[in-house]
Design a protein around this ligand. Structure first.
Ligand code: FMN
Length: 210
């Protein structure tokens, strides 16, 4: 099994990068043969700006630009896609949003055309989301940010393309709490990344109750 871990943070010393490192540590601890690749979007200089070439892809008038094809190939090689990112304005950073805008293109992530039925093309992909936020859980709940993020990201992006969100966690109070618990959670995610793969948390819970 192979995981692509996408990190969207400019600072290699950030908690976000620390969490990605812990996920890889967990994978290595739990699985002798499983592999991973880190996609460090900031260090690699991924250009998140959606431009004319991307729009031509959206209209199915051109093939994706080389940088987008390279990202799609990385995802095609992976069984699991893990996104690790700080929460900016109750969503993902622009760098990661632009990666999704450009890489999850019409013709690759889904098929949309006027004369054929819509097709979700990422059914084989299992997704894990790790979002790090400064606010506390009560703020997320009271204002509806929890639900907003789930609807917009888990459902609006990944369900839209047929990919299965196996786990989605928000690690909160990142600027005020001791990060140890978050780092531990990240390592635990790495350790169970390929365990009983193919089942969502709900499916696993159902199986355990049956
Ligand atoms: C531009 C910006 C916007 C932010 N917006 C939010 C937010 O909407 N909700 C939240 O909980 N934290 C927010 N934060 C706090 C970050 O999520 C927090 O700084 C980050 O999780 C810390 O992890 P890091 O060390 O990896 O940067 C924001 C921070 C920045 C810089």
């Amino acid at each position: 099994m192979h995981a692509l871990i996408v990190v969207a943070h400019h600072d290699p010393h950030s908690l976000t990068h620390g969490l990605a490192a812990k996920i890889t540590e967990g994978i290595t601890l739990a699985h002798d043969t499983d592999t991973f690749e880190i996609a460090d979007l900031a260090a690699e200089g991924f250009d998140p700006r959606f431009g004319f070439a991307d729009h031509a892809v959206h209209h199915r008038e051109a093939l994706p630009p080389a940088d987008v094809l390279a990202e799609q190939a990385r995802i095609d090689r992976a069984d699991a896609l893990v996104l690790v990112y700080p929460i900016y304005w109750w969503s993902m950073p622009a760098l990661l949003k632009g990666w999704i805008d450009r890489v999850f293109s019409n013709g690759w992530a889904f098929d949309f055309s006027l004369d054929k039925p819509f097709v979700k093309k990422l059914q084989r992909l299992k997704v894990h989301l790790v979002a790090v936020g400064g606010a506390d859980a009560d703020s997320f709940r009271r204002h509806g940010y929890d639900e907003a993020m789930t609807v917009q990201i888990d459902h609006g992006i990944f369900d839209y393309c047929g990919a299965r969100v196996i786990s989605s966690q928000r690690l909160l109070e990142s600027e005020t709490l001791d990060p140890a618990a978050h780092l531990e959670a990240a390592q635990a995610l790495g350790q169970r990344l390929f365990a009983r793969s193919g089942e969502t948390a709900r499916e696993q819970a159902d199986a355990e109750c049956a």
